[in-house]
Design a protein around this ligand. Structure first.
Ligand code: HEM
Length: 410
């Protein structure tokens, strides 16, 4: 028979918890944690548009969803758990535009992903290490010259990944203020659909002009290479470039700032850590910056998931902050342990065919940047009380809006 408790929850779906506890900027919304621990791994979720779907809070169920082709990523088939849909070129309720592979299922997705995978291998990314170290070092020089104090977000966290992805793609960094501004509008839940669509349009036009320029002036960068080696259309190239540009700097930037904030709040952990690969994985797990309404998928047919029936057409949202703190997977999950042996099993980069294309790049950037920062400024500390740091609660990518820091001059 049907468990009466589950029946009750079917009739009483919850809204996606989003508010965090003041003073606990690194912990998931307390209501999410509570639901996860009481009712894992699947909870009925009420969407703003009236749809009733599911919220996944358990680690195993999350991996099951992300590795099952019966769940689609197609935007026009999913409901958004956020106040407004995530915008894309062509509109959120239309099939994905040519080249917008992050919103495509197999086999359409595979064709694009294959063209890109070889350009993001561990080996290729490792070859970028010296250049990334140079970029980080240049920003730290500039910070040392102008400060103390400094706001770490514009001084270091944003420019490092932005410079790196610009060089890799072949996008002129001098335009960074423009595309960072547009990206912020696209990602912020405080902007309306119209505002977000307009910003997306501005970004599309910009990338499109760049692609056309590269067609006439061959360049030795990722976009230039795709033009020469593939038969992709301008629209496809524009959309691929746009996804990489947006995904490549926002996320990593906020991991750098939020990770620094977390390290500064855990001084004993920081002092005892080499800030190695394991530490980076643990920061990814503990902070889980992709925190609101994503990833999500819709069932293409009825699916039995963790003992519950997910019906065809229902949208399933993965509550990554809860999933990465599933006590069955991670012992003492609410504690930051920079030497946690299985931290790398977190789902902060997703899982399955859509698992983050740029993860090796992001990992290298984080390892180099955290180390370089704390080596350069061993006395780095917050310049304001921690409670005054304003958090990006209503943005698809969590983090700090600003991070005022200071240090002792040598
Ligand atoms: C996909 C997180 C850095 C490019 C994803 C997904 C997550 C994620 C969770 C899966 C979404 C889903 O399954 O619905 C992150 C985090 C980053 C980061 C936390 C930094 C710390 C990057 C960088 C790049 C990038 C540096 C670009 C070079 C992409 C792309 C996809 C993706 C293109 C879509 C892949 C596909 O659909 O096949 N990322 N990412 N990401 N990421 Fe990242």
């Amino acid at each position: 028979g049907v468990c009466p408790l589950n029946d009750h929850h079917r009739d009483n779906p919850v809204a996606l918890p989003a508010s965090r506890t003041p003073g606990c900027p690194f912990d998931p919304p307390p209501q999410l944690t509570e639901l996860a621990r009481q009712r894992e791994p699947l909870i009925r979720l009420a969407f703003p548009d009236g749809h009733v779907g599911w919220l996944v809070t358990g680690y195993e169920a999350a991996r099951a969803v992300l590795s099952d082709d019966r769940f689609t990523i197609r935007p026009e088939l999913r409901h958004s758990a956020l106040p407004r849909p995530n915008v894309r070129p062509g509109g959120h309720d239309k099939p994905p535009a040519p080249g917008w592979f992050a919103s495509m299922d197999r086999p359409e997705h595979t064709r694009y992903r294959r063209l890109l995978t070889g350009r993001f291998t561990v080996r290729r990314m490792k070859a970028l290490e010296p250049r990334i170290a140079q970029i980080a070092s240049d920003r730290l020089d500039a910070m040392a010259e102008a400060g103390p104090p400094a706001d770490l977000v514009p001084a270091f966290a944003l420019p490092v990944p932005s410079l790196v992805i610009c060089e890799l793609l072949g996008v002129p960094y001098r335009d960074h203020a423009f595309f960072e501004e547009q990206t912020t509008v696209v990602a912020s839940l405080d902007s309306t659909v119209e505002q977000a669509m307009a910003a997306m349009g501005n970004l599309s036009r910009y990338l499109n002009e760049l692609v056309q320029h590269k067609r006439s002036t061959p360049a030795d960068d990722l976009l230039g290479g795709l033009i020469v080696e593939t038969g992709l259309s301008d629209e496809e190239l524009t959309n691929i470039g746009l996804q990489l540009l947006v995904a490549g700097h926002e996320t990593t930037a906020h991991m750098l700032a939020l990770g620094t904030f977390a390290l500064l709040r855990h001084p004993r952990q920081l002092a005892g850590s080499a800030l190695d690969e394991t530490a980076v994985e643990e920061l990814m797990r503990y902070l889980t910056i992709v925190h609101l309404g994503a990833p999500n998928r819709a069932a293409l047919e009825d699916v039995d998931l963790a003992g519950q029936l997910v019906r065809k057409g229902e949208t399933v949202v993965l509550g990554l902050p809860a999933i990465n703190r599933d006590p069955r997977q991670f012992a003492d999950p609410d504690t930051l342990r920079l030497d946690r042996a299985n931290a790398k099993h977190h789902l902060g980069f997703g899982h399955g065919v859509h698992q983050c294309l740029g993860q090796q790049l992001a990992r290298i950037e984080m390892r180099i940047a955290y180390r370089a920062l704390f080596e350069r400024f061993p006395t780095l500390r917050l310049a304001v009380p921690a409670e005054e740091i304003s958090m990006r609660e209503s943005s698809a990518v969590y983090g700090t809006w600003r991070l005022p820091v200071t240090w002792d001059r040598n």
